[in-house]
Design a protein around this ligand. Structure first.
Ligand SMILES: C[S@@+](CC[C@H](N)C(=O)[O-])C[C@H]1O[C@@H](n2cnc3c(N)ncnc32)[C@H](O)[C@@H]1O
Length: 350
């Protein structure tokens, strides 16, 4: 497959394209794409017959900011009336075998209007796939995706477990907790699930740890630590939710988050202050370089146009400062489903 299809939040197509173009070039792939505004996806074309597959197999999902999902595809398939399953089956002959097939659309209202069609076609398509031997249990980690753009147009592609989202449409849906102080709580919950994998969660996120939350009020992010039994210094002039304070696990510090110094070294620093991204990046680099925290999760707010460039600049600044100190670290980043005009970064010192 020649091309790469990336699902993203509607309105972020240019950023997703700028990013994949940059990352592809770093890996020696050259190509092009045309972003269409508000479509919730972008296609990057390479000239190599296997360029799309090779590219997605060289990338790491948590090191792609704007991709909610990433799959290798050929050119778009146009259906004759009524011939959808047949056309897709024919196109599938050039695909590697898969363990499953997902039928999806972009995350836009227009695309979601295709839900009825998807429901109708899912059973015959799945049966066709099974009969043709395209689905095999042993094809572990390979998934086929049909991405409908219109009733008569779709991309057919493949994803690999090494670089993809495990959620339909690349969306991790979370339920708002009844006692959550603000909707923002879902941002940190999603970030913790995305960046702290199950296998290291016991080591990296456990009861008895200490955290600092800069720009904490009314407490949505602090809540995520409190439910995990983590003591949190909540730094904000604004009021914190009463129930959260009653847990005894929160120390409310009415101070400036840019000047606050923790009374003890902490395990986690989180920051959701609405400030210029570069100032937040400098602050995070300082905390990590000084050893005030071992881990940080923070949002970079992006009201500007060139969002990819802005984030890239921030990440480079932090990477430069940590390397200068001789620190070894893991840095991950993603425009999460619960994020809006912002992206989330996670850094852990090794
Ligand atoms: C987006 S809200 C945080 C929401 C919070 N994460 C939650 O989940 O409930 C941003 C907060 O940052 C605080 N803030 C902005 N600048 C700050 C600063 N310099 N020091 C401390 N807090 C600041 C604001 O008072 C505001 O409460």
């Amino acid at each position: 497959m020649k091309n790469v299809l990336i699902y993203c939040r509607a309105g972020f197509e240019r950023d997703a394209l700028a990013e994949i173009t940059d990352k592809a070039a770093e890996l020696g792939f050259y190509g092009y794409g045309k972003p269409s505004d508000q479509q919730g996806f972008v296609v990057y074309h390479t000239n190599d017959e296997d360029g799309g597959e090779k590219l997605i197999q060289s990338l790491s999902f948590n090191h792609l900011i704007f991709a909610r999902q990433i799959i290798a595809v050929n050119d778009v398939i146009d259906f004759e009336k009524g011939g959808r399953v047949q056309a897709l089956l024919e196109a599938a002959r050039s695909l590697p075998l898969a363990e499953d097939i997902w039928l999806e659309t972009a995350d836009t209202n227009e695309a979601k209007a295709l839900a009825g069609l998807i429901k109708k076609i899912e059973k015959p398509l799945r049966e066709g796939w099974k009969k043709s031997g395209l689905i095999r249990k042993k094809a572990v980690g390979v998934r086929h995706h049909v991405f409908f753009m219109e009733g008569d147009q779709a991309y057919l592609g493949v994803s690999y477990a090494s670089c993809r989202s495990e959620f339909p449409l690349g969306i991790r849906r979370l339920r708002f907790p009844a006692k959550g102080p603000s909707r923002s709580t879902l941002k940190l919950e999603e970030a913790l699930l995305q960046f702290v994998p199950q296998k290291t969660r016991e080591r990296d996120l456990h009861e008895g740890m200490h955290a600092v939350d800069l720009g904490a009020a009314p407490g949505g992010w602090t809540y995520q630590f409190v439910v995990r039994g983590i003591h949190t210094y909540a730094v904000d002039n604004g009021p914190m939710q009463k129930e959260l304070m009653n847990t005894g696990l929160v120390s409310h510090m009415t101070e400036d988050g840019f000047k606050f110094k923790p009374p003890v070294k902490v395990d986690w620093l989180v920051c959701d202050m609405v400030e210029r991204p570069i100032l937040v990046a400098e602050l995070m680099a300082k905390w990590l370089s000084e050893g005030w925290t071992q881990r940080a999760i923070f949002n970079l707010k992006l009201p500007m146009k060139k969002r990819y460039q802005e984030v890239d600049q921030c990440l480079q600044l932090i990477a430069g400062q940590l390397s200068q100190k001789g620190l070894r670290y893991d840095m991950q980043y993603k425009h999460l489903y619960h994020d809006r005009e912002e992206v989330t970064v996670c850094i852990m010192i090794r």
